[in-house]
Design a binder for this molecule. Sequence first.
Ligand SMILES: [Cu+2]
Length: 261
Amino acid sequence: MKKISYLLTLCMTLLFMGSCSKDDPIVEIETDKQIIAKATLSNDEEITLMGDKDLTVGYQRIYIQLTKDGRLQTSSNISFSPIMDMGTMTHGAPSSALTYSNQTNSFEGYVVFTMPSGESGSWEMKFKVNGEEISIPIDVKAAPAGNVPVKTFTASNDKRYVMALVEPASPKIGLNDLEVMIFQRETMFSFPEQNGLTLDFDPQMTSMNHGSPNNISPVGAGNGRYKGKVNFTMTGDWRLFFDIKEGTTELGKDVFLDVLF
Ligand SMILES: [Cu+2]
């Protein structure tokens, strides 16, 4: 709020002096987003990468603000790709295009990090802003112990797929929204979203050897997303099993993601 009133004062002063129009967007950083990294482009434009929390293995939403002279740039042409340098090889990760959101005053998108930063390699976000490329090193933490939010599997057709848990992001006892995304790993840098698959879903609490009733297998919702319901009847270690089919072809059997809460 302080920042906004400061900018308003500044803008009104400048307006009085005739160099500021009321249409100039002001900077309003969302307080509930966490700043991950900042960098400066050659034209002095600032790029700020934000997340809901620290970047972690699995599905992560990202938010990018571009500012110049303290003003939001909302119509820039911006894209990005996540790249992991593992020494002997580099690879990407499933990710989306960026679209501007008036809700968060930022360009929004997602990444599915498939492995953490560490001895095996380091991650960077390669941005392209109005034609200029800039790489920002980032730290990707491991998923919390007991959680497996992303899985790569080889199908019977020898194609490689990536499955990621989107929801529940904050699991609770009872019926939770369940959302997963599925990608084909076409190359190490190309992960198209997969639509038209059929998922059969069954959650099991492995340590106590029981499942739960009233689950709903996720059905396609477009853009590689599948939505259903998962019933966690108690806290603990849940293993979410999926049988994945494309028509009559079984792509994966008992592919699982783990949730511990
Ligand atoms: Cu890697």
